[in-house]
Design a protein around this ligand. Structure first.
Ligand code: MN
Length: 241
């Protein structure tokens, strides 16, 4: 079972073999044996090991992963309280602020280069998962920064226009996907640009395991209007690894 984790994003160039072992063996084989030990239990022991070693940046990542695996804030506090006696009092002091950060506002987002803005409630019904919207300018060419949590994507949609129109995406963070109806999905990385013609059915969003940000520009056109269609179902989305 292949898994894509932060390993390949961060280390593919510098240490490709390490990234492969991290993703394919550590996460793909060991973490995936949920029949032997649940993801929640695996998160707990990993948190204990990282706190014991004082590896705080890794600890923060694994607290966030533990949260995904169902560990509550109260449980994280209890874990660290007990570990204080086995690993050292100052380590617990260092860990509590990480818990605060990871469980702040109910969500954990990594450091993102552009402002995230507000939860995208106005368009939430056209998205699966949580997205955030930050208008950068509404003059000349309306420009928005869109942030997708891992696994979040928008529904199939069409930017209609009689003349001109369409949408321009500039990817600025993480890993994501773009797909036009009837075509293979296209993987997106920072610096990639997607020129979406008017009247073409498509969707865009984050990879399963990566936050994703793109800047979206609405290209002015005659009678420009976005039509929202059916959601991207899991079967369609799961072809985008
Ligand atoms: Mn679009």
């Amino acid at each position: 079972m292949k898994k894509q984790t932060a390993g390949r994003d961060r280390l593919a160039k510098l240490a490709p073999e390490f990234a492969r072992l991290n993703d394919d063996v550590l996460f793909g084989e060991v973490w995936s044996r949920e029949d032997r030990l649940s993801l929640r239990d695996r998160s707990m022991i990993t948190i204990a090991a990282l706190l014991s070693a004082g590896l705080y940046p890794q600890l923060k990542s694994h607290l966030a992963l533990g949260k995904k695996h169902g560990i509550t804030k109260e449980e994280a506090v209890e874990i660290v309280t007990q570990l204080a006696f086995y690993c050292g009092w100052p380590k617990a002091w260092s860990a509590f602020p990480l818990i605060e950060e990871v469980w702040r506002d109910g969500e954990y987002a990594p450091a993102l280069p552009f402002p995230v803005g507000e939860p995208n409630t106005a368009f939430a019904r056209y998205f699966k998962g949580q997205s955030y919207l930050k208008p950068l300018t509404l003059e000349q060419i309306p420009t928005f920064n869109v942030t997708f949590e891992p696994g979040c994507r928008n529904s199939w949609h069409v930017h209609h226009a009689d003349k001109g129109g369409g949408q321009l995406l500039i990817c600025v963070f993480g890993r994501g996907w773009y797909q036009e109806w009837g075509k293979e999905p296209r993987e997106l990385h920072p610096g990639d640009v997607v020129n979406i013609p008017a009247n073409v059915k498509h969707w865009h969003g984050a990879a399963k395991d990566s936050w994703f940000q793109h800047i979206a520009q609405e290209i002015p056109g005659e009678n420009a209007k976005t039509e929202w269609l059916e959601p991207v179902d899991d079967e369609q989305y799961n072809r985008s690894k």
